[in-house]
Design a protein around this ligand. Structure first.
Ligand code: FAD
Length: 392
């Protein structure tokens, strides 16, 4: 659950103006280049520390901004209007800092927190492996204890920021065959022997996420590197999953809204058959449908934000699943409808709709795929919608 009380509205709006300025001055001019040249913009992510964005939700006493969860989402939305991959990378590094701030030991914080907050080092959370994605309990990276600590062996795949992150929260199995019961988590230092980076994947887009993997070959983790012991690693990984699902939903809403604004602007100027194309009912209804779905996705996301900010973690499970499933499912069709309304011009790179389309595709996998969201909702049906009438 989000614990920060948050900045005052004045302080927050002032910061939001600066984030918009940073986005338009620094990020926007580079997004197309990142895609064309498959660049992971580690320095630009690090430079967000000037606004404190690598410590958004972290307690000010530990060097963060102390934002509420809802405020963090509004910052991520502003960034996602231009580049959801950038925002996703940023928040993933932020999450490692937040994890250490809330649950790390004094020693762990001393070792890594200030470097994460200044962007000197980037963070990753590594659950997924080449043979285990949705079924997280099936991970096989193994931890065996020895006199010096733990020896870790295995491979992690599809990890955000893995192109250059060096502070990694890695989930491992301590007792093969025991599934969730044996999962522990360790802090891995990507500069140490036994850590080998796998080259970032060639993807269809969203290179700013820096998705890649790494191998652990007899990597020595000391006792001081243990974050969550066996039996607690699984629940620690899921502790903030509702927040992640909700910000992914929110980022999708931001991408749709930005594209809808472009499409409405374009369709109001461009003429066909003697009038602005938005005056053709067939076209305006397409965009009205996008607006309608966007409003519904926003309402679901707001409900999940309220559950996270005011409820316990259990009460956020379903709202977050509904929000993520709906927002990510409508994102691709909505973005495509906006591109369609702009005719061939919708294909131009500078309108960023292609960039957003790939990001929307990715949103359907990260932090629990669409099918896993549907399964979550399905499992709740009999308690949420139990019939009061006799079924005989
Ligand atoms: C850009 C990007 C960044 C990522 N960042 C991270 C990261 O930082 N850290 C990390 O640990 N992981 C990360 N991931 C991995 C992501 O969490 C996984 O892709 C996701 O968990 C799905 O796993 P998978 O891709 O192995 O698909 P699989 O689990 O192999 O599933 C394949 C398909 O089967 C479906 N499926 C699986 N099980 C069921 C079921 N029970 N019922 C119905 N359908 C099912 C899935 O929904 C999917 O459509 C990232 C992925 C991407 C693309």
């Amino acid at each position: 659950m989000s614990q920060a009380v948050g900045l005052s509205e004045d302080e927050f709006l002032n910061l939001l103006d600066q984030v918009q300025d940073f986005r338009d001055r620094v990020i926007r001019p580079q997004v197309v280049d990142w895609e064309r040249n498959r660049i992971f913009p580690a320095e630009v992510i690090a430079s967000a520390h000037q606004l404190g964005l690598l410590g958004m939700e972290i307690d000010p006493e530990l060097g963060g901004l102390g934002m509420s969860f809802g405020q963090k989402l509004r910052v991520l939305d502003v960034l996602s209007e231009v580049s959801m991959p950038y925002a996703f990378s940023l928040v993933n590094s932020h999450n490692v800092a937040a994890r250490l701030a809330r649950h790390g030991t004094e020693e762990q914080r001393g070792r890594f927190l200030s470097d994460l907050l200044t962007g000197n080092k980037l963070g990753s959370s590594a659950l997924t492996e080449p043979n285990a994605g949705s079924d997280f309990s099936a991970i096989s990276t193994q931890a065996i204890s020895d006199a010096k600590g733990w020896r870790l062996n295995g491979e992690k795949a599809w990890i955000t920021n893995a192109a250059s992150s060096t502070v990694i929260v890695a989930y491992v199995q301590t007792d093969p065959g025991s599934r969730a019961r044996g999962i522990a988590s360790f802090l891995i230092d990507g500069t140490q022997p036994g850590f080998e980076r796998v080259a970032p994947y060639d993807l269809i887009g969203s290179h700013a996420i820096g998705t890649g993997g790494f191998q652990l070959d007899n990597y020595l983790a000391s006792h001081a590197d243990l974050l969550a012991p066996a039996g607690e690693g699984f629940s620690a990984a899921l502790a903030t999953i509702n927040e992640a699902r909700t910000y992914v939903a929110s980022m999708c809403c931001a991408m749709i809204e930005a594209s809808l604004r472009s499409a409405v602007g374009y369709a109001s100027e461009r003429e066909s058959f003697g009038k602005p194309i938005i005056k053709h009912q067939g076209l305006s209804w397409q965009l009205a449908n996008v607006a309608n779905q966007l409003e519904a996705a926003r309402a679901l996301t707001d409900k999940a934000v309220a559950a996270i900010e005011h409820g316990d973690s259990d009460s956020a499970v379903l709202p977050a699943a509904h929000a993520k499933k709906f927002a990510t499912e409508i994102a691709e069709s909505s973005l495509a409808a906006c591109a369609q309304a702009m005719g061939a011009n919708g294909l131009r790179e500078e309108h960023l709709i292609g960039h957003r389309l790939t990001a929307a595709r990715i949103a359907n996998y990260v932090d629990g795929s669409t099918e896993i969201m549907t399964d979550r909702i399905a499992k709740s049906l009999s308690t949420t919608y139990r019939s009061v009438e006799s079924t005989q």
